[in-house]
Write a protein that binds this ligand. Structure first.
Ligand SMILES: Cc1cc2nc3c(=O)[nH]c(=O)nc-3n(C[C@H](O)[C@H](O)[C@H](O)COP(=O)(O)OP(=O)(O)OC[C@H]3O[C@@H](n4cnc5c(N)ncnc54)[C@H](O)[C@@H]3O)c2cc1C
Length: 368
């Protein structure tokens, strides 16, 4: 049986960034197992592509910590990987009196979180109001967009050049422990490792069950997008003050490097088993999302909006209650590191999470 010091399950942005950082910081041999035929097929290629600035998250939590650290790392990360990144900034807007009462609270929270924010001036408001209903707005200066397809390709290519294999179409279906080793079965391969990293995105909870860990459950929430190429405000992204139920950031407008303008994601509760995991966007999405767009963006017409893609937020519950933070733990089982509940801002956080995990791997190997 082949033995490697480190095995990573999952070649989404998290697993790929971790592998790169481990390769940069150590000389341990490793492999990534990926069940799909392409890297990043799940959450990492189905998001808004926004590098967040940490406005929303609770201080002291992992989402806040890794989002702020990750945002700061992105210029260098994108530059070394030759990935398009644009520091376009984003406006948070209040479109009605109810939102007006909450925008100042969010502004104060963002400042407290260490994000650079300032209220819009009169000229900016005038320009924004040509496209959106805006009573008050503030700008997050450090928000950016990244080309996620190019990111995933560059990360995979970088690992290839460093000699780190990504075993595509290799679903891990069994893990057992023999003494201090993990024995991992993926497709027809069986590999032993000293350290095991679970970066399985929406399936991370199923992977940890293979190790007998049953205290987390998956709560998947689908997010659908609509797109158009209609002329629109493209200086900054436009996000609403998040809805009161705090389930999502609110239907927002983003644009990408291909020229598409996108609205979404909404929040569609799903209860799917893994066999029927589906990213299909149903026509009902447009009906459901339209009132949220029409109430804020009067220049957008219903007819111009086309169904786009969907992603599934890998949320989790812990012992029966919703768990709102990233669940990044080491040593639940000795020399096992798991990353569950890595929903937004997971893309933003990836470079920071990778540094954190690479340091853990180095410490674990030294202690052996
Ligand atoms: C609608 C939506 C919008 C979002 N917008 C943003 C945003 O704008 N900014 C931001 O920062 N974040 C955003 N996110 C969050 C971000 O996309 C995720 O946090 C990030 O992509 C998670 O990456 P990952 O590598 O952990 O998971 P994934 O990309 O899902 O990767 C996990 C990988 O593990 C593989 N795998 C699973 N089980 C096995 C197994 N048994 N064997 C082998 N391989 C396995 C899967 O096939 C998959 O490729 C958004 C998410 C959604 C859903």
């Amino acid at each position: 049986m082949l033995h490697l010091p480190v095995v990573i399950i999952g070649a989404g942005v998290t697993g790929l960034a971790i592998a790169r950082e481990v390769a940069l910081k150590t000389n341990y041999e490793m492999v990534l197992f990926e069940k799909e035929r392409f890297v990043g097929h799940h959450t990492s290629s189905r998001n808004s592509g926004v590098i967040h600035a940490g406005l929303y998250y609770e201080r002291g939590g992992l989402k806040h910590k890794f989002c702020i650290e990750g945002n700061r790392l992105w210029d260098e990360f994108a530059h070394t990987l030759d990935v398009p990144l644009k520091r376009c900034g984003k406006f948070i807007i209040a479109s009605n009196d109810e939102e007006l009462s909450r925008i100042d609270v969010l502004f104060a929270k963002a400042q407290g979180n260490g994000a650079r924010v300032r209220f819009a001036n009169e000229a900016e408001l005038r320009e924004l109001r040509e496209y959106a209903i805006v009573k008050r707005a503030f700008l997050s200066l450090d928000t950016a967009i990244v080309d996620t397809s190019s990111l995933l390709c560059s990360l995979a290519d970088d690992l290839y050049k460093r000699g780190v294999p990504i075993m595509l179409s290799h679903e891990v279906h069994n893990i057992r422990q023999e003494g201090e080793l993990f024995i991992i079965k993926a497709a027809a391969e069986e590999i032993s490792s000293n350290i095991l990293i679970n970066a399985g995105g929406p399936f991370a909870v199923s992977i940890r069950k293979m190790l007998g860990l049953h205290d987390l459950e998956s709560i998947w929430v689908k997010g659908n997008y609509l797109k158009t190429r209609t002329p629109f405000y493209r200086k900054h992204l436009i996000y609403p003050v998040p809805p009161r139920d705090d389930k999502i950031l609110g239907v927002h407008s983003t644009f990408d490097f291909q020229g598409d303008l996108r609205f979404g994601p909404d929040a569609e509760d799903i209860n799917l088993d893994q066999q029927s995991f589906s990213y299909e966007v149903s026509p009902a999405t447009k009906e459901r999302m339209w009132p949220h767009i029409a109430m804020r963006f009067p220049t957008i017409s219903y007819e111009e909006l086309a169904l786009d893609y969907a992603g599934i937020r890998p949320r989790i519950g812990h012992n029966g209650s919703k768990y709102n933070d990233f669940w990044i733990k080491s040593q639940t089982v000795a020399n096992y590191i798991e990353l569950c509940g890595v929903e937004s801002p997971g893309l933003t956080s990836a470079p920071a999470i990778a540094k954190h995990i690479a340091a853990l791997v180095a410490t674990m190997m030294e202690k052996r």
